[in-house]
Structure formats: C-alpha cells, structure tokens
Design a protein around this ligand. Structure first.
Ligand code: FAD
Length: 393
C-alpha cells in the first residue's frame, strides 16, 4: 500500500540559519526523493526483508554515493556538512538505505580515493558514484568484531598475485556488491586493503537471513577460498589498522547525522499522532505525561543537531578528531533509540504496526547502535581520550 509521507523536520533552534543555500538545496532534493521514492515502498520491503534495488539509480542521481569525492572522479565535491545532511535525510527514511549509501561512499569510495593508486581511482570511482558498480566493506570476521586488529583473513604473495583466504561476516551490501574492499593480513602480519571483484574464483557472498533489524538492507558474508587477487588490486597507500579505521571515521561521521534523522522522524510522527488522537475527550498531546516525552525528545534532538553541525564544521576544517566523531555517533544513536522507544509507546497499539515508521526505525537502530563500533566501545574511546588510559584490553 502506497503511503503518504507527511514529514516536517523539527528545527527548534533555527539551525537552518547556519546552513548555506547549497546545503538547503541539497537537503530539499534528498528530502523530496525520500518522500516520493523511498517512503511509499520501504515498509513493504522491510516487512519482506528485501532490499529495494530499484532505488540504487535514484540514490546515485541525488548524489548519495561519495558526495565528498572530487568531481574529477565522479563525486560531487561537496563539504562534510552537505554529506551529513544527505545521510540525515536518507536515514529519516530508513537506516538500511542510509547504510547502503554510507558503505558505498565512506567504506568503498573513500578508501579507493584515499589509499588507492591513480589507476584504481580512475577505474572504480566514477562507476561507483553512478551506481554502475556497487561495493561492500569487509572488516568484521566471525571471531573478530570489536577487535578487528585480531583478524585472521590473510594474503600470501604468489608472484603477480596474492592468494586470499578467510571469511568476513555481517557485511552490508555483500549479496549484491560487484566489488569488496577487504582487509587482510599479509605475511608480515600487516593489515592491507584489497579490491576483490565478484566472479573471482573461490569468492562467494552468502546472504545473512533472519534479521529483525535493517530488514530493507542486504547483509551477508564474504568467503575467500584461495582467491587469486591480482597485485594491482592492493590499495598501495596504507598499511595497518589505520586503513580501515580511517574509513570507519568517515562512516561514523555520517551515522552521527543519520541517526538523528531517524529520531526526527519518530518525533515528528509522535507529535502529529498525539495531536490528532483523542482519549478521554481530548487530544493525548494535551496530557502532561505525553508532553514530557515530546519536550524531552525535541530537547535531545536539538542538542544532537548542534553537536553534528559543529562536528561538520570541524570536519570541513580537517580538525575533527576520531574521538569527537565517536562521541557524536554514540550520542545520536542513543538519542534516536530512546526517542524511537518512547514514540512507539505514544502511538499505543498503532505504534507496533507498519502504518507508521517508528517500529521499523526502532529495530533498525538496534543495528546502528552495534555496527561501526558498538555503543560501549565508543564510550571507551571517549574514556581513553579524556584519561589517556586504554580500558579496552
Ligand atoms: C546489520 C549489520 C551490518 C553490518 N555491516 C558491516 C559491514 O558492512 N562491514 C563490516 O566489516 N562489519 C559490519 N558489521 C559488523 C559490526 O561492525 C560488528 O557487529 C560490530 O563491530 C561488533 O562486533 P561483534 O558483533 O562481533 O560484537 P563483539 O565484538 O563480540 O561485542 C559483543 C559485546 O561485547 C562488548 N565488548 C567487546 N569488547 C569490549 C571491551 N573491550 N570492553 C567492553 N565491552 C566490550 C561490545 O560492546 C558488545 O556489546 C555489521 C553489523 C550489523 C549488525
């Protein structure tokens, strides 16, 4: 059933005044696209646990794939505030669709741009920007999630190629990706990045089923059984854990904006519903307990909006630290998941149905709070940053 999307974005502190005309133009084009193309169908796809692949072309057209990549490689050359706004609008629609864009831009195009050779940039980036090629990012392994440095996926030098063995799991986009940026240890134990292409012998991408979260996003494994990877597919300009962490920084930055989008959608839905829904002869929005919830939601959203806007400014100036990004990712997801849970209750029984987006957001956010560094790991990053003491190991 086609749904009408009535979303109106909350802007309690008039933060629009901090955005440029270009930012606002980008936002309105992504918002329009989400209302027209995504909102009417996403609930059905999520219910069926299917990725709406017909949206890929449109995502590319609105510039969701690699917006900060320079135009000479097919990107839009936008600043990080614009990138954040795009992620916010997409996740306002659905975290799974935002995940697809995050992976393509931050975890596939970014490493090829930042760590790749000129030939690799020219070969892959324009096609990734246009959606002609889709990518995925293989870091997490069955036995190494929060501690990716312990990975066992490995490459061995075999003359003009490497032999890649190992397995990755929980990989967004893997079931349909044409290429995978894969992190593996070389014979010296150094982490290296490789571009693995679908069709290489011994490379398979089994789909992960039975998810209650990110159901409109395709998740799978990457399995490498003696895969021959040509040496020219190695990313030459990075070695060590800083390679994948640099990519995660980009993606986490986008999630910090994105999760707030989900929060804003839940708030807006709850506000509209409680003003219309009457019990005891008056709108439930008139009851103090409901107002407390709404007032706390808009307060947390506003604080989060200020945080990511400032983070964007720091990122544009190349001054945002990984720990600042961790704080914003953690805060935005916490804000969003708390708001989703409260908003769900405010809709009563209707809150559990697909007639409203809240339950879908709530379930999606259970992945967002875990991937790209779990909630607790980001807290430990803040702890380490302020004390200088590492509580991880
Ligand atoms: C839907 C989905 C999509 C994903 N997409 C991708 C992708 O595209 N590419 C990719 O590489 N990965 C992806 N991931 C993987 C994701 O990044 C990992 O799930 C995440 O890093 C956590 O790893 P884990 O699941 O192995 O949990 P674990 O690392 O086993 O953690 C379990 C719990 O232990 C806690 N914990 C771990 N270490 C410590 C510590 N030192 N101190 C205190 N607590 C600790 C964690 O906070 C967590 O609560 C995805 C995951 C999901 C769910």
């Amino acid at each position: 059933m086609a749904k009408t999307d009535l979303y109106e974005a909350p802007d309690y502190y008039l933060l629009d005044e901090l955005l440029t005309d270009e930012h606002k133009l980008i936002r309105s084009s992504v918002r329009d696209w989400v209302k027209k193309e995504l909102s009417p169908i996403v609930e059905d796809y999520a219910q069926r646990a299917e990725f709406p692949s017909q949206l890929l072309k449109g995502l590319a057209e609105i510039g969701a794939f690699g917006p900060t990549i320079p135009a000479e490689y097919g990107g839009a050359g936008l600043d990080y505030t614009a990138y954040g706004i795009i992620m916010q609008e997409l996740e306002r629609g659905d975290s799974g669709i935002r995940s697809t864009a995050s992976v393509q831009g931050s975890l596939v195009m970014y490493p090829i741009y930042a760590y790749g050779s000129e030939e690799q940039r020219k070969k892959y980036l324009p096609k990734l920007a246009s959606g002609e090629l889709m990518g995925c990012f293989g870091l997490t392994e069955p036995d190494h999630g929060s501690n990716p440095g312990g990975m066992t996926t490995n490459i061995k030098d075999a003359g003009d190629h490497y032999i890649l063995n190992g397995a990755k799991m929980w990989i967004s986009n893997s079931p349909f990706a044409d290429i995978a940026v894969v992190w593996a240890k070389d014979e010296a134990g150094k982490i290296r990045g490789l571009i693995v292409e679908r069709g290489m012998e011994g490379f398979t991408t089994p789909t992960t089923h039975n998810k209650w979260s990110l159901r409109a996003s395709a998740t799978g494994e990457l399995v490498f059984d003696h895969v021959k990877v040509p040496k020219e597919n190695l990313l030459p300009n990075v070695a060590g854990i800083k390679g994948p962490l640099g990519c995660l920084n980009q993606a986490r930055y986008g999630i910090a904006w994105g999760a707030l989008g989900a929060a804003m959608d839940c708030y807006d839905t709850a506000l509209r519903y409680t003003k219309e829904r009457e019990q005891f002869g008056r709108p439930i929005a008139g009851f103090q307990l409901q107002q407390k919830k709404l007032a706390e939601m808009i307060t947390e959203i506003t604080k989060g909006q200020l945080l990511v806007w400032r983070l964007g400014t720091l990122k544009n100036e190349n001054r945002a630290t990984p720990a600042q990004i961790s704080m914003a990712k953690r805060n935005s997801v916490e804000t969003a998941i708390t708001i989703a849970r409260e908003a769900r209750q405010m809709l009563g029984g209707m809150g559990i149905t697909g007639e409203y987006p809240i339950m879908r957001h709530m379930m999606n956010l259970e992945s967002v709070i875990t991937y790209e560094g779990t909630h607790d790991i980001h807290l430990l990053i803040t702890g380490m940053d302020i004390t200088g003491l590492d509580a991880f190991k």
